[in-house]
Write a protein that binds this ligand. Structure first.
Ligand SMILES: Cc1cc2nc3c(=O)[nH]c(=O)nc-3n(C[C@H](O)[C@H](O)[C@H](O)COP(=O)(O)OP(=O)(O)OC[C@H]3O[C@@H](n4cnc5c(N)ncnc54)[C@H](O)[C@@H]3O)c2cc1C
Length: 317
């Protein structure tokens, strides 16, 4: 059974990932998504080779230096590992506003203490303490918004979202990371049709991407499908309806998955509705954010409906 050596101690990993193994031994490793997306748990192998799958999504320059993602690393041989020497830069940000957008979702405004470069739809790490952080997507658009905007769903029993909801107030200072991720709008191909599918707070990055595309003069159709279990889950509805009135190429389709038709809402799983309405996605750009099962299914079905893999951007959470 492969062993991992960290900080002079060796542990047997068994079926666990490196992250699970170290955490079970009381070693504190910064982590967040647990599924190889956010790259918070990046570590470096100083002896031995990690499986290629543990480097998926890393820049080739990092992979070449034996960096890997601990949450998806299942070693096949003995390895010695270390945390990256260079820590991710932390940036202070002041909370300039915090309010509920519906019963569960908090809208948070942040003013970073230094110039902050990002693309609408990317995500930041939001730190509760030295070792605990979670990713939140940016709903703001650099050219349109003074502050960074987040939509945080308060999860029952959630360490970070619960702390944000219960403890943080306007005027507090928090630590965030630089923005990362590739789920954002790239200007060009202005006539390309764009399909966006999100569930719950997965609307946050999509709201940024849509406004960014419109501000860049995108002329192709931009179709947003937002899914929630019930009508109570929707938010930013007035803002989205206003965008629809001002931009004839933008449409907003709210979908509820609970049984029983409700006026004004499509009924069904959001990706089923979106793919039923748009059966041919050849030449489209597709953005998928939110519930990981939805994102997984929508990615597969978008591809089968003709969207090129290079045109599908996804953030599962
Ligand atoms: C790229 C990316 C972007 C994201 N963007 C957003 C966003 O814009 N908005 C947003 O709201 N979220 C977003 N997320 C999700 C976010 O990062 C967090 O995962 C989410 O807020 C939950 O974190 P938490 O600390 O509150 O909950 P956690 O403490 O991580 O818990 C999650 C759930 O698991 C349960 N749980 C925890 N521990 C246990 C246990 N031992 N046994 C059983 N159940 C347990 C909790 O009760 C809770 O319901 C994003 C994630 C990624 C990867």
């Amino acid at each position: 059974m492969p062993k991992i050596t960290y900080g002079g101690q060796s542990f047997e990993c068994g079926e666990q990932s490196v992250l699970e193994c170290l955490t079970a031994q009381g070693v504190s490793v910064p982590h967040s998504c647990g599924s190889g997306v956010c790259q918070t748990c990046k570590m470096q192998a100083v002896q031995g080779t990690v499986p290629v799958a543990a480097q998926a999504g890393l820049k080739p320059t990092l992979a070449a230096q034996n960096y890997f993602l601990a949450c998806v690393c299942h070693p096949q041989e003995d390895i010695e590992i270390a945390l990256p020497e260079q820590k991710i830069a932390r940036i202070e940000a002041k909370i300039s506003g915090i309010e509920y957008l519906n019963a569960e979702i908090l809208g948070i405004r942040l003013k970073p203490a230094q110039p902050f470069s990002y693309r609408a739809g990317q995500f930041i790490n939001f730190y509760k303490d030295e070792a605990t952080s979670r990713c939140y997507s940016l709903a703001s658009v650099p050219a349109l918004d003074h502050d960074l905007l987040l939509n945080v769903r308060k999860m029952p029993g959630g360490h970070v979202s619960g702390w944000i909801a219960e403890s943080l107030r306007a005027g507090d200072t928090v630590n965030i990371s630089e923005a990362s991720g590739d789920c954002f709008y790239v200007p060009g191909y202005a006539a390309q049709d764009i399909l966006l599918i999100g569930t719950g707070s997965g609307l946050a990055p999509l709201y940024g991407i849509i406004r960014d595309a419109l501000a860049n003069g995108h002329t192709g159709r931009i179709k947003l499908y937002h899914g929630n279990y019930s009508a109570a889950g929707f938010y930013l509805v007035d803002e989205l309806r206003k965008l629809e009135r001002n931009h004839p190429n933008f449409t907003y389709v709210p979908c509820v998955s609970e049984q029983g038709a409700q006026a004004g809402y499509e009924q069904g799983m959001v990706h089923d509705v979106a793919l039923r309405d748009n059966p041919s996605l050849s030449g489209w750009r597709v953005f998928l954010c939110g519930h990981s099962e939805m994102v997984k299914a929508a990615k597969r079905e978008s591809y089968l409906s003709g969207a090129a893999i290079k045109d599908i951007y996804a953030d599962p959470f």
